[in-house]
Write a protein that binds this ligand. Structure first.
Ligand code: ARG
Length: 263
């Protein structure tokens, strides 16, 4: 089981690097396509401005604005911690090809302390300038780790598919730890939260959506982030739900890490 775990996680991490190369090609190619297919498996196009804190990262991952100058993403999307000016964040647009796109470079990356390829799949990216867009609140209790979640991203629209120019969204139901552990013996229940249609499959995040948020409405009707796209066996397969970092578990760590980056 341990070797399966490591093999799977390594596949996922290598996938992110492959996706980074694909993302550039896909964005360029799709610029001339009048009917590009939307991203996320089983989704529909998001409206411009619908999820204003959604960010596309140049290595081929998603992210969310934690503050106006800090992006929350997955640890497996970055290669370590420290000064880093190599990442471009694209924000403010559902269509990555839009002339309205806001593009800001990174200055620093903070990968979850102790990240070793399983669990703790979160990281922060500090931006060179703040972006004047709404931020996404993060869950700091388990209260919202249930119900129906929204997922969104510019990743593949099917297993093995290409990266997408237009943001796609979908909704997926919560899958409890016991059921998720039946699919994945290597699940880390305290650090990971699963979602998907267990029996049917068909709706899921996929390669290139990693690092993006999984979110729902809170008691006040505001969007709140409960997960970070992390991994899965293929995409949208029956009996293999998507696995997300459990944001509530890491809320305090993320908060202090953001403070150490200067908010
Ligand atoms: N690890 C993938 C990435 O780097 C995300 C995979 C999500 N898979 C899933 N079945 N939900 O983009």
């Amino acid at each position: 089981m341990r070797s399966f775990l490591f093999t799977l996680r390594r596949t996922v991490a290598v996938g992110a690097a492959t996706v980074a190369a694909l993302a550039l090609t896909a964005t360029a190619a799709l610029a001339d396509d009048p009917t590009p297919r939307p991203g996320v498996v089983g989704g529909t196009p998001a409206q411009q401005g619908e999820f204003p804190w959604m960010v596309r990262l140049s290595m081929g991952c998603g992210g969310s604005l934690y503050t106006q100058q800090i992006v929350l993403t997955a640890a497996h999307c970055v290669s370590g911690s420290g000064a880093n000016t190599s990442i471009t964040a694209t924000a403010g647009v559902a269509d990555l090809g839009s002339s309205q796109a806001i593009k800001v470079k990174s200055t620093r990356v903070l990968q979850a302390p102790g990240y070793n390829g399983s669990g703790k799949d979160w990281a922060l990216i500090k931006l060179a300038q703040p972006i004047n867009l709404p931020t996404l609140k993060t869950a700091d209790t388990t209260a919202y780790n249930n119900g129906t979640f929204t997922i969104a991203g510019w990743g593949a629209d099917r297993e093995g598919g290409s990266q997408q120019r237009r943001l796609l969204k979908a909704t997926v139901p919560f899958v409890d730890d016991t059921a998720c552990q039946q699919a994945y013996g290597n699940l880390i229940p305290g650090e990971e939260i699963c979602a998907g249609y267990l029996d049917q499959g068909g709706v899921d995040t996929c390669q290139g959506d990693s690092g993006g948020p999984m979110f729902r409405k809170d008691a006040a009707g505001a969007w709140i982030q409960v997960g970070i796209v992390s991994w899965g066996e293929g995409c949208a397969r029956p009996h293999y739900p998507g696995v997300y970092s459990e944001v509530s578990t890491f809320a305090a760590n993320i908060k202090s890490a953001a403070a150490s980056l200067g908010g």
